[in-house]
Design a protein around this ligand. Sequence first.
Ligand code: GLU
Length: 308
Amino acid sequence: MDVQALVERVHGELKTRTDEGKVADYIPELAKVDKAKLGLAIQMLDGASFAAGDADEPFSAQSVSKVFTLTLALGRAGEALWSRVGREPSGSPFNSIVQLEQERGVPRNPFINAGAIVVADVILSGHQPREAIGDILRFVRFVADDDTIAIDPLVARSETETGFRNIALANYMRAFGNIHHPVEKVLGVYFHHCALAMSCRQLARAGLYLAGGGRNPLTGSAVISTERARRINALMLTCGHYDASGDFAFRVGLPGKSGVGGGILAIVPGRAAIAVWSPGLNARGNSLVGSLALEMIARETGWSIFSP
Ligand code: GLU
C-alpha cells in the first residue's frame, strides 16, 4: 500500500469540501482561523511518516490535549483518579452541565470539559498553575520528541475571557467537593493546555506511544504501561468524540480524540498514529472534513480495531 499516495489523494479529494463546516466561534481567537486549511499526517511505529497539505502548520489542539493530561494525571493519581471521574460515554455535548447535578459533581469521563477540568485539578496538586502548565508542556514535548511545541497565549487568554461555561462547570464541581483547588487556578491550567499549538505531524508523533503499547519505539521511551495505553485507547474510542463517539467508532473504527480547533488524533494500535486538521466543524463539534479523511484512510488501508 502506497500510504503517501493515499494521503495525497485524500487531501486532493477533500480539500474542496473544507468550506462545509463551521469554525468554533465561541472562542473568539479560534474564529479567526482559515477554514480552507487541511492537514494530514501518519506516523508509523516503524519510523515511516506520511503527510499532505498543511501538516506542518500548528493549530489549536483544544480537547485533543486531554489525551495527554489524562496520561499525566493517571501517572500522578493512579487508579484513584476513577473515584473522581467516570469512564462512560456522556451522550451529551462536551460542555454540558446537566448530568453533573444528578451524578453529584462526578463527570462522566475525562474527555468532556468537566472531566478534563477534574484532571487539571489533579495535575495541579502540590504545584502552582505555572508549574503544572510547565509539566504538561514538558510531557507533550517529551512524547512528541519536539521541544519547539508551545502554548498559544492569545488562545489561552481568549478562553479565559469567554469561558463562562467552563467557569460554571468548575464552580459546580467545587460545590460537590470534586475540585480541590481554587477554581481560577484550575481553569488557568485547563485553558492553557487546551491552547497547546501543534501541527498534524507533531500530534501524530506525540500519539505514537498509544499505538505502541505505551512505548515510543522511535525514541525508545517507555511512557506508560501497555495496560494503561490500552485503557486510554478504550476511552478514546468510547468517549473521544463527545456525543458522536458511537458514530465515529462505526465509521472509522479507531480510538480517536477530537478538538474544537478542528484536529483529530486517531490511534491504530500496533501500527500508527494519525493526525488530521480541518477547522470547519460539523453539528456535533467534530472536524467535518477531518472525520471524512479518517473514514477514507480507514477504509482504504483496512486499519480498524474491529477487523483482523
Ligand atoms: N477549550 C475548549 C473548551 O473548553 C475545549 C473544547 C473542545 O475542544 O472540545 O470549550
